[in-house]
Design a protein around this ligand. Sequence first.
Ligand SMILES: NC(=O)c1ccc[n+]([C@@H]2O[C@H](COP(=O)([O-])OP(=O)(O)OC[C@H]3O[C@@H](n4cnc5c(N)ncnc54)[C@H](OP(=O)(O)O)[C@@H]3O)[C@@H](O)[C@H]2O)c1
Length: 267
Amino acid sequence: MDFSEKHGPWAVIAGASEGTGREFARQIAAQGVNCLLIARRKGPLLALADEIRAETGSECRTAAIDLARSDAAEALIAACGSLDIGLFVANAGSDPFGQKLLDRPLSGWKDLIQRNVVTLFDCCYHFAGTMKARGKGGMILVNSGACWGGATYMAVYSASKAFDLNLGEALWAELRPFGVDVLNLVMGETDTPELRRFLAAKDLPLPETAADAGAVARLGLEQLPNGPTCNWGLGPDEAPFGASSANARRDRVVMIEQVSKRFYEKG
Ligand SMILES: NC(=O)c1ccc[n+]([C@@H]2O[C@H](COP(=O)([O-])OP(=O)(O)OC[C@H]3O[C@@H](n4cnc5c(N)ncnc54)[C@H](OP(=O)(O)O)[C@@H]3O)[C@@H](O)[C@H]2O)c1
């Protein structure tokens, strides 16, 4: 199956208005898959949809949804309507604060958890069901090196990304017998408008090593069949922060799958 056969006719990109999400949308559409673009700001979404239609000839729809709302997943699923979704990219997810836990009110952190954990989980649950039923599809959960362990100034962000990582690995194991690919795309510093705003607010320069958002999206699409995890800038045997290499994590997921079968699939 080529890309559009497996991941078309429609893809949903959550967090598509700029940066990596925008690059995902342009590259997915260039491969003949129609796109439903989600973000909060309507203007940039509409402009990108026009650009994509003109550049690629693929169809493009938009829905302005705040993914931190408690009914966001419901709204996203409603926006899909009867579209046949073959690819879900969960891209929205940065931490614009960079503050210690007690330096922000609880409600501010809960918005981040709602977007990165609850909405992402609800969407994954939904698309896992529809993709399993159609026997093909894919999900890319855009992650961060913060997923590899708890970190000061990133307590809620790193915890939310660890949740996403483990969810993505488990989904990879459970869905691959049904032709559905799942990939955790673990990014490092990447040149996006959000990173630039964050650095500017702290009077810091953009690091020279910041990755190009187009190259990161390209890697995610290329590596989608090779889940569950891929680290930007590192080979599959290289381990960031001494956690675990992508290959080692895959082996661990497969080993646990085998052990679990002994317990859960008895009788
Ligand atoms: N950039 C980096 O250096 C870096 C490093 C590691 C990991 N990552 C990961 O890469 C992904 C993309 O990061 P990014 O730097 O592009 O920043 P981002 O803040 O995740 O922005 C990406 C897109 O998400 C949308 N978005 C953000 N919050 C939203 C919300 N509540 N509801 C709906 N849409 C929302 C934004 O559009 P609107 O503002 O229009 O809503 C934008 O289109 C994230 O998952 C992040 O954790 C980034």
